[in-house]
Write a protein that binds this ligand. Sequence first.
Ligand code: 13P
Length: 252
Amino acid sequence: MRTPIVAGNWKMHKTVGDTVKFVKEFRSVVKDVTGVEIVIAPPFIAVHAAVEAARNSNIGVSAQDLYWERQGAFTGEVSAAMIAEAGAEYVIIGHSERRTLFGETDAMVNKKVAAAFGAGLTPIVCIGETLDQRERNETYAVLDRQIKGGLDGVTADQLAQLVVAYEPVWAIGTGRNATPAQAGEAHAHIRKRLQGWFGADAADRCHVIYGGSVKPDNIAELVRHPDVDGALVGGASLEVGAFAEIVFRTRA
Ligand code: 13P
C-alpha cells in the first residue's frame, strides 16, 4: 500500500522569515495527521530554516531543483549533497517551469535524478503535456518520452522510492485542474508504462502524484482514484489553512 504524499511547491515565494512562521503554525495544525506524508518545498535559501523549524514534526522538506555536479565552478547552482546536508529529504526535478523558462531537457532531468539518488534524496520528477500536445492527442507519447528520457538508467529499487508528479502544464496556476477522470487515466497510463519498464513490483511501490490547480475543494475526488497517490500543490500550499485542508482531505 502506498502512503499518499502531499507536497507543497512554494516556487519563488516566501523568505526565510515567512518560511519559519509558516512551519511554526502549520506543524501544530497537522501534528496529529498520520497516513499522509507531508512535504514542503521552499526556495533553496529557506531549506535549512524549514528543516530546523520542522524538526521532530511529521513534515519533510524538499528542494525545488538541484545541479548534477558535486561541486565546482557553476555559479548560482546547488548540488544534491548540499541539499542533503541542509537536511532536506526530497528534491523536485524537471518542473514544467524549469523546462519552459530555463530550457531543461529530459537528458538534464536524467542527470539530476541520478545526482539526487547519489546523495540519498528522493526525487519528485515532474512530467506533463501542454495544452497543444493534449489537443493533438500526444499526451501519452509526451509522457512516455519524459519518463523514458528522465528515468533512463534508474534501477527497479530506485524507482520504488521515486515520486512521479503528473502535472499537465495547462492545469498549472490556471485554476483549471484536470478532471478526476483525466488525472486517473493519465496516472493509470503512467503506472502501466512503469510496470512495463521497471517491473510490476517497483511500479506498484512508486508514487504517482497529481499537480495542477489542486485546491481543498478538488483534492478528495482526485485522490479517490487508486493510481493517484497524492498531490504536488502550488498556490494553495502557500496558506496554512488551505494546505492543511488538502492534507486532511487526502487522508479521508
Ligand atoms: P498550482 O497548484 O498553483 O496550479 O501549481 C501546481 C504546480 O506547479 C506544483 O508544482
